[in-house]
Design a protein around this ligand. Structure first.
Ligand code: SF4
Length: 679
């Protein structure tokens, strides 16, 4: 591809997309997988193999746009800084909002949080990771006192005799993941669809959408009733078992079968497999977590893992399969509404004092917590909401729930600034678009789904006309009277100091160590510390060192099926695309492999509404409708349809009902009716 003519040097770097962060070499001859990074160990998926095309994309923006017209950088930045100042003077500091992304490097996530709190002094910052792993993160913090997606190296999975995966389709979303499953072991998958991953599993629990919590209660009921609770472990390492035991007593298997649709015999088989395994791992992903009860659902699976004595034992445990490229690091460094760097809480006086010291500001000047992602987007342009937004690394017009409404809110802003490499659907609405560098054109660190901090090296010179997000932030900060670095290593060194002593402590991690050690696990408090692959071996991160079991109750989806909307809609990903598709939809081979959305439905439903595969169908919900070709398949429940979320459309229908703890919207289940598009 032409991009190779821009290569000054090749480099060992990492994929631009998902949380596996596969290692790859970008060289003048093209992309090859690295075999020194354990997560992929020589493997890549088709997204990784074709990532070089993104560097040469003809869709690439190379000049700033102001009201859709090309302008110079100084004109664009002067305009943005002047408008930010006038809007804040007229409406107050919180009239300007910042929105980040889980694909941004650690340096960018950190600098974005600092920019909001120091340069703008606004409380209104959050990011799209709120839509991703916030429920599992909240549940892990509640139970273990720490959220590190997988609190063990991914290679530990090969030692587990049994793995239960609830609501994840890793065989499509991150294919090299599956090589870590124990070939001689047992994989159990809970999913409403017979996914590519479910086809690998020895046991599939094909539950009704929105009933993962009930399934976990049922498995725990059986495990306790059949004597698999590890009482010695519970006495030594856990609090709260008795209350949870009492709360699941009413969830006898037949009742759970009625709620979930999973036959009792299959639940017993799963519980017995987990209960008798020498080593076992329980994993949750978005299918179980993206619900208005997502935190409680993840808690229910953690309770099951704790009752079986799994967390904190080598080769066993509970983990959340993080999805976005820097989904782990992106949630640690301060772009969340309630957070400061080092995974510190913004309402903790000691955390505020420490971070304010690093930033050279008065702790009293740091804003407090702001709105969560959906609440922030929903408030844009309203009388009490922000009038301006700076948006980095996100495409909410495609990816937010109730997306048409969110597009209207974005369009109602006085100023929308979008920093992106292509003209995404959200950039189409922007007052100002700033063209930025991408993955292999800049250096930075990312933290993969294991909590391993990795170095993404620069391999390619950026095209002329684009600037890095760090440069954009430094230029704007300068115009607002602050000095920010645009050098990734300098920003990382500051991040290390800001995170020191916090739960996600990066103080001992340097670019040199990451390169020499192929990644370093946090927490790593000093340069002599080896890093922490398994943080819970000796104690959990709670004040008393014991994990907390918390009783939780199943409840129906926020929007259940009824006579008008009798079918469940659930969403997810396909192999060829990543997230909102802003990048992968612009890559030829990926577009050919998966050119558009579809509606997967069971043959019984297709017959009932009189459609065949390829016929256009309309999916209608309470918040909107969308159309796509039908894909008729027995691999889905007759009461459910599935649509991929990489194209604008399906999120017009999804439900913004929020989890009370994590503020996660209920992406994974809402009620719809399905009809032939001609009707
Ligand atoms: Fe690996 Fe994920 Fe990139 Fe595929 S998309 S190559 S699984 S990091």
């Amino acid at each position: 591809p032409p991009v190779m003519s821009r290569l000054p040097v090749g480099a060992a770097t990492h994929c631009p997309y998902c949380a596996l962060q596969c290692g790859m070499n970008v060289t003048p001859d093209g992309i090859t997988p690295r075999d020194d990074i354990p997560a992929n160990a020589g493997g890549l998926c088709q997204k990784g193999w074709t990532a070089g095309e993104l560097l040469a994309s003809p869709h690439r923006l190379t000049t700033p746009l102001l009201h859709g017209e090309p302008v110079g950088w100084d004109e664009a930045l002067d305009f943005v800084a002047a408008r930010l100042g006038s809007i804040q003077r007229e409406h107050g500091r919180d009239a300007v909002a910042v929105f980040g992304g889980g694909g941004l490097t650690n340096e960018k996530a950190y600098q974005l949080g600092k920019f909001a709190r120091v340069a703008l002094r606004t409380s209104q910052i959050d990011y799209n990771g709120r839509f991703c792993m916030s429920s599992a993160a909240a549940a892990s913090n509640r139970a273990f006192g720490l959220d590190r997606g997988l609190p063990f190296p991914i290679t530990d999975l090969a030692r587990a005799d049994v793995v239960l995966l609830a609501g994840g389709n890793v065989a499509e979303t991150m294919p090299p993941f599956v090589r870590h499953f124990n070939k001689a072991g047992r994989l159990i998958v809970a999913d409403p669809r017979v996914t590519a991953t479910a086809k690998l599993a020895g046991l599939h629990l094909q539950l009704t959408p929105g009933t993962d919590l009930a399934l976990a209660l049922g498995l725990l009921h059986i495990a306790i009733a059949d004597g698999y609770a590890d009482l010695a472990y519970l006495a030594e390492r856990v609090t709260g078992f008795e209350a949870v035991r009492d709360s699941v007593a009413a969830w006898w298997p037949e009742r759970v079968e009625r709620v979930t649709g999973v036959p009792v015999a299959r639940m017993r088989e799963a519980a017995h497999a987990l209960g008798t395994a020498r080593r076992a791992v329980i994993l949750t992903a978005r299918g179980a977590e993206q619900h208005a009860k997502g935190t409680d659902t993840a808690t229910a699976f953690i309770n099951l893992a704790l009752a079986l004595g799994l967390p904190g034992r080598e080769g066993s445990g509970y983990g959340c399969v993080t999805g976005q490229g820097n989904g782990q690091g992106g949630r640690e460094h301060g772009q969340k509404a309630d957070q400061l760097p080092g995974y510190r809480r913004i309402d903790d006086p000691a955390a505020r004092a420490h971070v304010a010291g690093v930033w050279g500001v008065d702790p009293a000047d740091l804003p407090g917590p702001g709105r969560s992602a959906y609440e922030l987007l929903d408030a844009l342009g309203t009388p009490s909401g922000p009038k301006a937004m700076l948006l980095f690394g996100s495409n909410p017009v495609v990816s937010a729930p109730r997306s048409r409404h969110i597009a209207e809110r974005l369009a109602a802003l006085d100023l929308l600034v979008v920093s992106d490499l292509v003209r995404s659907e959200t950039a189409e609405l922007a007052t100002v678009v700033l063209p930025t560098t991408q993955w292999a054109e800049e250096a930075g660190t990312l933290t993969n789904l294991e909590g391993r901090v990795l170095l993404r090296r620069q391999a390619v010179a950026p095209p002329s006309g684009v600037r890095s997000d760090l440069s954009v932030l430094a230029s704007l900060a300068g115009r607002l009277g602050h000095v920010f670095s645009d050098d990734p290593r300098t920003v990382f060194d500051e991040l290390r100091r800001a995170s020191a002593g916090g739960p996600a402590d990066y103080a001992g991690i340097t670019y040199e160590r990451i390169a020499a050690e192929t990644g370093v696990f946090w927490p790593c408090p000093d340069e002599d510390h080896p890093g922490t692959p398994r943080p819970f071996l000796d104690r959990f991160a709670t004040p008393d060192g014991r994990a907390r079991m918390i009783p939780v109750e199943h409840r129906p989806p926020a929007e259940d099926v009824d006579g008008d909307y009798p079918i469940y809609l659930t969403t997810g990903r396909v192999l060829a695309h990543y997230q909102s598709g802003a990048q992968t939809r612009r890559i030829g081979p990926l577009n050919q492999a998966a050119p558009g959305a579809f509606v997967e439905m069971h043959p019984d439903l297709a017959e009932r509404i009189g459609v065949a595969s390829g016929d256009r169908v309309r999916v209608v919900g309470r918040r909107g409708s969308t159309e796509a070709p039908a894909r008729v398949s027995p691999d889905i429940r007759p009461d459910t349809v599935f649509m991929p979320f990489h194209w604008e459309g399906v999120n017009r229908l999804t439900n913004p009902a929020l989890d009370p703890v994590s503020r996660m919207p209920e992406f994974k289940v809402c009620a719809v009716r399905v009809e032939g598009a001609a009707s």
